[in-house]
Design a protein around this ligand. Structure first.
Ligand code: ZN
Length: 238
């Protein structure tokens, strides 16, 4: 999500055009290279984009790269161009960038960025009071020991995902589709319980946005009293 409150402004990357021209050639892209306008852009994530208009390509690299070593900037740009031109990205660029993404310093700065730039977009409840539900689940399954993050309903309906825990914002958001009288309480409780487990096990969050659940996590999830019924119900909703 990009900045919304104030109009976001990019900062030119010095020597950006030449850098991208070089990458264009190295990737073996065909034809005349476009004129590259390259800037660092204040995305709320480690996002990079390229947009083509006639003979110009506007490349926006996350401003998280602004103070990164030039190799990282180059690697990010190479991966971005490779994707745009359907080329195989150079292995060393992929590796270099992956290491940068995983570095604790990067993760910290990313979390900080998200805290500052993501707006709290939550909706009021129609039917289910998540705070009360959280307290109940906390007593029952966590001995009341789990600290409470911010809780809320998504502003828009999500098609597939039913809930999310964002550690950077310390926030659990549930799909607003669940806040409905046709949805049984146990299905909502199950989704909230699942996200509460993510609060308990922050290490379960995989790097770069992917989420994996360990076997231990899955086992703990099954402690939920109406596990099978809730899962069946949610399957039907999808
Ligand atoms: Zn999960």
């Amino acid at each position: 999500m990009a900045l919304k409150r104030e109009r976001a402004k990019g900062v030119p990357v010095p020597g950006g055009d030449r850098l991208l021209q070089r990458i264009f050639t190295r990737l073996g892209c065909q034809g005349r290279p476009p004129h590259f306008i390259v800037e660092f852009y204040p995305y709320a994530n480690l996002t990079h984009t390229v947009r083509f208009t006639r003979d110009t390509a506007r490349v926006r690299l996350s401003d998280l790269l602004r103070n990164a070593p030039i190799e990282i900037v180059e690697a990010a740009a190479a991966l971005l161009l490779a994707r745009a031109y359907r080329r195989t990205p150079p292995a060393e660029a992929a590796e270099c960038y992956r290491n940068f993404c995983r570095a604790p310093a990067t993760l910290h700065r990313l979390a900080d960025l998200r805290r500052r730039r993501c707006q709290p977009m939550l909706r009021e409840a129609d039917r289910y009071d998540l705070s009360a539900m959280f307290e109940q689940l906390n007593r029952r399954y966590f001995g009341g020991s789990l600290r409470r993050p911010q809780l809320g309903w998504s502003v828009r309906s999500w098609r597939v995902q039913m809930g999310a825990f964002d550690p950077a914002l310390d926030r659990i958001v549930l799909n607003r589709r669940l806040d409905d009288e046709d949805v049984p309480r146990l299905a909502v409780e199950y989704v909230l319980y699942h996200e509460m487990l993510h609060v308990k096990h922050p290490g379960e969050m995989a790097r770069c946005g992917l989420r994996v659940h360990s076997r231990a996590f899955r086992a703990e999830e099954k402690r939920f009293a109406h596990y099978d019924e809730a899962r069946r119900w949610l399957e039907r909703m999808r």
